[in-house]
Structures are given as structure tokens and as C-alpha cells.
Write a protein that binds this ligand. Structure first.
Ligand code: HQG
Length: 182
């Protein structure tokens, strides 16, 4: 499949499966799922030409594995990144010692005061990989990487969740658990 076509479909899927299902007139279950056939029909009705084979390819080849099918293949959802209210049902998972968060310098004064907040998203996104955190930060400018003492946070009773596509999620990160670069 043409990569540009795949990216266009992926962007649109992110929009409807994470943020605005009403754009397509579809609904998400509490855990964020929607019926695959209904989604395909709604996409076609709204001028986003799509068949099952193409959808399967987009899900499989997506760079961050943003979408997943249910075990029976009937439903699809975004694995993380929602702004609509969902409960993805991930189980609390012990995190590694350190997790990283990629951001930019202009947010640092506020992060020093308020910690890392989830903003519009379901939860705060952290990553075990410096490379990934760097890429996330770069979307907004010169990346700044914050180190989060995740195991210490977890020991103090704050839960962490690992999404199906490998993103670490937590409700918020108080500033006292963050190591800032100089
Ligand atoms: C910042 C993409 C001021 C935070 C990525 C970030 C990721 C604060 C921005 C995923 C703050 C929120 C998530 C505070 C946090 N004051 N700014 N107290 N606390 N911020 O996009 O982590 O391509 O909601 O540092 O790859 O950047 O969509 O979160 O800069 O995995 O699949 O507020 O989105 O994945 O931005 O990115 P976002 P994020 P997808």
C-alpha cells in the first residue's frame, strides 16, 4: 500500500478512535472499542474509502502500533492516546526504575510547579526508551528529556500501566519524582 495513503488513514483513525468518534457517527464502548464493519461502513459513507484488507494492513504496519483488533477480530480500538473518556482496562504493572518523558523547554517552568499532567489525554505518556522520548519531544521543538523515578513513585502507591503498544501510562507525575536536565 502507498505509505502516504496508510498515513492518511491512520491519522483519520486516530481522530475518530481517540478524539471525535462523532465525526463518523460511531460510538466507542467504555474500553474504547468499536465494531470493525460499522467503522468501515462509516468511513466509506464519509468519503474515506476503506476495505477490510486495507484496514488490516494499516493496523499491522502502523509505526507505533496505535490500533488493535479484539481477540475475535470483530472490534478495533486505539491502544492509547485518547482524549474521550475511556477505561482501557490495562492492569497495574510494576515499572522499570526510570521512565522518560520528552517535552520542550517552554513547558519546564510549569512542569517544575505542577509536575507532568495528562492535559487532554487519557493519562501521562512515558517511555522506557530515550530514543522514543526524544522523538515525542521533537514534535514540539528542541526536545528536553525528563527522567521519572518510576519505581520510587510506584513504591509510594502510584500505579503504572503498560499499553498494548508499549507506552507507559500513569495519572500524573509529581515534580518531586522528576530529574530535570541542568
Ligand atoms: C506537556 C504521541 C505544561 C507535555 C506521542 C507535552 C506520545 C505540560 C504536552 C503521545 C505539563 C502534552 C503523547 C505541565 C505536561 N505544564 N506542560 N504541568 N505537563 N506538559 O501530546 O506526551 O503519535 O498530550 O510535556 O508520540 O507529548 O499520538 O502528550 O509536551 O506517545 O500516537 O504537555 O502522543 O503519540 O502533549 O505525547 P501530549 P505527549 P501519537
Amino acid at each position: 500500500m502507498n505509505p502516504r495513503h496508510a498515513t492518511r488513514i491512520s491519522r483519520f483513525l486516530s481522530l475518530v478512535l481517540r478524539h471525535q468518534p462523532e465525526t463518523l457517527g460511531i460510538t466507542l464502548t467504555e474500553e474504547g472499542w468499536t465494531n470493525v464493519d460499522d467503522l468501515i461502513a462509516a468511513m466509506n459513507r464519509h468519503g474515506q474509502e476503506l476495505d477490510f484488507e486495507t484496514l488490516e494492513q494499516v493496523v499491522e504496519t502502523n509505526d507505533k502500533k496505535r490500533f488493535e483488533f479484539s481477540d475475535d477480530g470483530e472490534m478495533i480500538r486505539a491502544s492509547q492516546g485518547h482524549s474521550v473518556k475511556v477505561n482501557l482496562g490495562y492492569q497495574p504493572t510494576p515499572p522499570p526504575e526510570i521512565l522518560f518523558h520528552g517535552t520542550v523547554a517552554r513547558f519546564l517552568p510549569s512542569i517544575r510547579d505542577n509536575g507532568i499532567q495528562k492535559g487532554q489525554r487519557y493519562q501521562v505518556h512515558l517511555s522506557a526508551s530515550l530514543v522514543v522520548a526524544n522523538t515525542v519531544g521533537k514534535r514540539r521543538g528542541e526536545p528536553v528529556i525528563l527522567s521519572v523515578r518510576a519505581r520510587e513513585m510506584n513504591a509510594a502507591g502510584r500505579e503504572f500501566y503498560l499499553s498494548t503498544n508499549g507506552v507507559w501510562l500513569t495519572d500524573s507525575v509529581p515534580a518531586r519524582y522528576i530529574d530535570f536536565p541542568q
